[in-house]
Design a protein around this ligand. Structure first.
Ligand code: GLV
Ligand code: GLV
Length: 320
């Protein structure tokens, strides 16, 4: 029998490559992390038994056909898998996996980096000092939002939403959340309350998005819902850009009524016109899972999923 070939489409953290080699597979790894042009991806995966790829690569019928009938698993190097056509994978009997759990704490940390930066105007302050415009302490310079006593609204109380909520306990905050069902982990220790989305938007000082992207939540925060946010509220997004109507968000931010902290964008890496000119938004380049330890854990989990499937076992964290 031919040695199964595993293709890794981007340079990722060790130890995926050595793990897959030690498991006896022929590994073809592209040691470059810039997004490859689509034709290069399709060429690279031809004949592969497994592909380890990232969230900017669309895994659709075209991709699956290019890999060919020997493809058995696509391992996504991300927890979100809106880049993967799960139905198309099922139709072809190709398994797919993601990396849940291992990036929960790192992503919640990035949500809090954005909360603190937006609330206390950290980036604006840095810019003021750095550009030599600071003239010394002023009674009313860069006043921000006090976290103590504020209400944190968590949209989507999955692993990352809960981890983000949990971090609020050191800040003396109230927590509300919207989720399809009660979440005892929040109700008990945090005395949190489950509310409808519109009520959450109307009553929270900080709103943080933690729902996975699905076509039915595209523009979940549209112009109408953005208008429900309180004056001075912060909107934080570390989930997926398309959950927010970004053009409507730019309009709402332009009024100066709210502030935002974004790690993800509707058309990333492109930003909606006007976004970078606004002082009241903190912009990060999709860093949710970007710690050394988390990226290593993601690499390990992705490799374990591939090893399991190519050895005739179930994937550890299947999505198809
Ligand atoms: C990153 O956005 C992920 O889904 O892992
Ligand atoms: C991700 O791990 C989530 O389910 O929140």
């Amino acid at each position: 029998m031919l040695t199964p070939q595993v293709v890794i489409t981007h340079l990722i953290s060790p130890p995926a490559e050595p793990m897959l080699r030690e498991a006896g597979f022929a590994v073809v790894a592209r040691h470059d992390e810039t997004p490859p042009p689509r034709p290069e991806v399709l060429r690279m995966i031809a004949g592969a038994s497994a592909v380890l790829t990232v969230l900017s690569v669309k895994v659709d019928d075209e991709f699956l056909a290019a890999a060919g009938p020997g493809l058995r698993i696509v391992a996504n190097y991300a927890v979100g898998f809106d880049n993967i056509d799960v139905a198309a994978c099922r139709r072809r009997g190709v398994r797919a996996s993601n990396t849940p759990g291992v990036l929960t704490e790192a992503t919640a940390d990035i949500a809090w980096s954005l909360i603190l930066s937006a609330a206390r105007r950290v980036i604006e302050g840095d810019r003021l000092v750095r550009t030599g415009q600071w003239q010394g302490w002023r009674p009313t310079e860069l006043l921000g939002l006090e976290l103590s006593g504020a209400t944190l609204g968590i949209i989507g109380a999955g692993r990352i939403g809960c981890a983000t909520a949990r971090r609020s306990s050191g800040f003396n905050m109230r927590v509300v959340y919207s989720h399809p069902r009660d979440v005892p982990e929040l109700d008990g220790p945090l005395a949190a309350r489950r509310v409808e989305l519109d009520e959450l938007l109307q009553t929270s000082d900080i709103v943080s998005l933690h729902v996975p992207y699905r076509p039915e939540n595209r523009h979940m925060l549209d112009a109408r819902r953005l208008a429900l946010l309180r004056d001075g509220a912060l909107l934080i997004n570390t989930a997926r850009g398309s959950l927010i109507d970004e053009a409507a968000l730019v309009r709402e931010l332009s009024t100066g009524r709210i502030r935002a902290g974004l790690d993800v964008y509707e058309f990333e890496p492109r930003l909606s016109p006007g976004l970078t000119e606004l002082p009241n938004v903190v912009l990060l380049p999709h860093l949710g899972s970007a710690t050394h330890a988390t990226r290593r854990a993601m690499a390990r989990l992705a490799a374990e999923n591939i090893i399991a499937v190519l050895s005739g076992r179930e994937p550890l964290t299947p999505i198809a």
